[in-house]
Design a protein around this ligand. Structure first.
Ligand SMILES: [Zn+2]
Length: 453
């Protein structure tokens, strides 16, 4: 098992991921994707979109606004229940998520249960704790031209401020549910059908940690799959099976690193009859990669109640009218990114020399090919290599040029960023039109005609 620190180090060294606001000393719980990271991330997202939306007749895309009417979060329950247990050390005033300081407890931990474990403050080592209180994780913001300063002592401004308060969305799902009726009334899809969205969501985590696994700003890939209430069970199985295929075939995740966990009734949301958490063996242990939840008609009924609008679906063939039920597979892009990266990260030896190699699936690698002249001070080699580069770039897009250092150093670098093939132009190329193609995983080299690339 590889080490998370090695992956963080590679990410920074090679331009995959930098700490957020690095130049100012960072910003906890935020990360910035660099040139290679954003390409890998886009490849993951685009592969997801192609698999779940473009290739299917029963799925449609949505791209909703991040800022939503605050009633959205009242209806969904987020204003009242989207909270983590916060505890404060009375000695040094450090704040923590209570369930993370003791073993074997979830977010529902009570003050009594917490104190019974006698946890020590990780900062000052004392054991003088406040009671646990619920800390809502939504980021609050104000929309329009009023600030909290205006509202001091001014009742009209205070009222305006209250009405202008909203949140950065804590999930993308509500942007789908609130558009369900618009979609049904405009494109009349047959059941079952899914609405898919990818985009940012925000959680004010008390203690962000584990690199990009628990950050304050993340990208989600969510599907709400609307079904007839009688068919939820078979549709749940179908989506689960399709997701197994996606993770294995499209993301290259080995099945032995994936563990499906049937969430027991007492740990499920009260309305859900089935939830499966898909766990992954990350470098720092088993963590949730994604979840698939049966949400019944909970969200659509909440919206119907809050908005007064009818959420019925009318079956065109039978005339039956009902509120559809929902299967929700939800996955975080960063979690998927780290699963892909940690699977690919390998240290091995080639001819007695240690190397780091990212064995990324070809469809996800930031570059498919690297093109080099064997020697950069031979104009005839550089010129020929440029023509090969232009040809491959036109055909495959994701192609890079490297004429730095010696050939061995270039191979090491391309291994570390996961480039599957290095193409080298040498003096034989000028004679017979063949190039050396070196394979990332085996380091084997073969001669190939330029036309066959
Ligand atoms: Zn303390």
């Amino acid at each position: 098992m590889n080490n998370l620190d090695d992956i963080v180090s590679l990410c920074k060294r090679r331009g995959f991921i930098f700490p957020g606001s690095d130049v100012y000393g960072g910003m906890a719980g935020t990360w910035d994707f660099g040139p290679l990271g954003v390409t890998l991330k886009n490849n993951i997202v685009n592969t997801w979109w192609n698999y779940w939306v473009d290739q299917r007749d029963d799925m449609f895309g949505i791209d909703a606004a991040i800022l939503m009417n605050p009633r959205t979060w009242v209806a969904s329950g987020h204003t009242s229940t989207f909270a983590d247990p916060l505890v404060e050390c009375k000695e040094c005033h450090s704040r923590f998520r209570a369930d993370k300081l003791v073993d074997g407890y979830s977010e529902s931990i009570t003050t009594e249960e917490f104190l019974a474990q006698n946890p020590v403050c990780p900062v000052c080592g004392k054991t003088n704790w406040s009671s646990i209180r619920k800390f809502n994780m939504m980021f609050t913001t104000h929309v329009g031209a009023v600030t909290p300063e205006d509202a001091e002592g001014d009742e009209a401004a205070k009222e305006l401020l209250n009405r202008s308060t909203t949140y950065l969305r804590p999930e993308t799902a509500q942007g789908i549910f609130t558009n369900y009726k618009n979609v049904v009334d405009t494109i009349y899809p047959n059941l079952p059908f899914g609405l898919c969205q990818q985009g940012k969501s925000f959680r004010n985590e008390i203690s962000p940690r584990d690199f990009i696994l628990r950050d304050r700003e993340c990208s989600q890939l969510e599907i709400e799959y609307f079904v007839h209430p009688d068919t939820w069970s078979e549709n749940f199985d179908k989506i689960l099976e399709e997701y197994r295929g996606f993770l294995k075939d499209k993301m290259g995740l080995p099945t032995e690193k994936i563990h499906e966990l049937e969430v027991p009734a007492e740990d499920r949301a009260h309305y859900s009859k089935r939830t499966v958490d898909i766990m992954f063996d990350y470098p720092n242990g088993e963590e949730e990669l994604m979840g698939i939840a049966y949400r019944t008609d909970f969200d659509l009924q909440n919206i119907a109640r809050e908005s007064g609008k009818n959420m019925d679906y009318r079956d065109k063939n039978t005339g039956e009218t009902f509120v559809p039920h929902v299967i929700e597979p939800s996955i975080g892009v960063e979690r998927l990114f780290l699963a892909v990266l940690s699977t690919a990260y390998t240290e091995d030896e080639i001819n007695g020399e240690k190397r780091i190699v990212l064995r990324l699936p070809e469809n996800l690698a930031p570059y498919k090919f690297c093109v080099s002249p064997l020697l950069k001070n031979k104009p005839e080699l550089v010129e020929k290599a440029k023509t090969v580069y232009e040809k491959l770039k036109a055909k495959y897009t994701f192609v890079t040029w490297d004429d730095s250092g010696n050939i061995g150093k270039r191979y090491r670098k391309q291994d570390e960023i996961g480039t599957p093939k290095c193409v080298v132009i040498d003096f034989d190329t000028l004679e017979d039109g063949t190039v050396t193609v070196r394979d990332r995983d085996t380091a084997e080299q073969v001669r190939v005609k330029i036309e066959e690339l």
